[in-house]
Design a protein around this ligand. Structure first.
Ligand SMILES: [Ca+2]
Length: 190
């Protein structure tokens, strides 16, 4: 939705954001379109150890300004499995921050988080480790990162929050053309 919105006039875009509407700002909308300014990823080693937490802030959300750099490096240890969690926030109004994760959970059947790894060898996020919506399709707010003993490399994990509105989610294997958040965290193995 955001990509499409970028092509409409600024006034319409502003109106869309103001009314938290979806694709057609004039139509009644069953699902609110979330503004997400902050994506937080937390990886906790299974069996104990210090959790890694990193945030990417994109203060104008889908607007043209690039996201800020992530707040902390994500360095994975070979042979370790991590319980992963991703959270979404709207901190556009500092006096009224909103935890959008709750909305995503509430509307689980209209959302899915994709975690796309690239540039790393021996690191996987198994599909069956993802939490699920009420129909058994993946939701992806929680997941596991499995790092093989021989893992190596530097790359990224791209976090995409798909919002299924006009397009049905189905089994959740296909990304929606409507994207609520899309940020990439640098990840390395060392
Ligand atoms: Ca932006």
């Amino acid at each position: 939705m955001f990509r499409r919105s970028l092509t409409v006039p600024a006034a319409a875009l502003a109106a869309t954001a103001f009314f938290a509407a979806c694709d057609d700002p004039t139509a009644p909308v069953p699902n609110d379109q979330e503004l997400i300014t902050d994506v937080v990823i937390t990886l906790t080693p299974v069996g104990g150890g210090t959790a890694i937490t990193s945030t990417i802030a994109d203060p104008d959300g889908p607007g043209p300004t690039s996201p800020n750099a992530q707040t902390a490096a994500i360095v994975l240890t070979p042979g370790m499995t991590y319980d992963g969690m991703v959270e979404f926030f709207d901190r556009s109004d500092p006096s009224d921050p909103e935890d959008i994760t709750v909305e995503v959970e509430t509307e689980a059947e209209e959302h899915r988080v994709f975690h796309l790894l690239s540039g790393l060898t021996g690191v996987t996020i198994p599909e069956d480790s993802l939490d699920e919506d009420g129909t058994g399709a993946p939701l992806g707010l929680t997941f596991q990162v499995v790092v093989d003993a021989g893992a190596s490399g530097s790359g990224e994990v791209r976090i995409i929050l798909s919002h299924y509105d006009e397009q049905p989610k189905g089994d959740g294997s296909v990304q929606s053309d409507e994207t609520d958040a899309d940020v990439s965290f640098d990840v390395s193995v060392s």
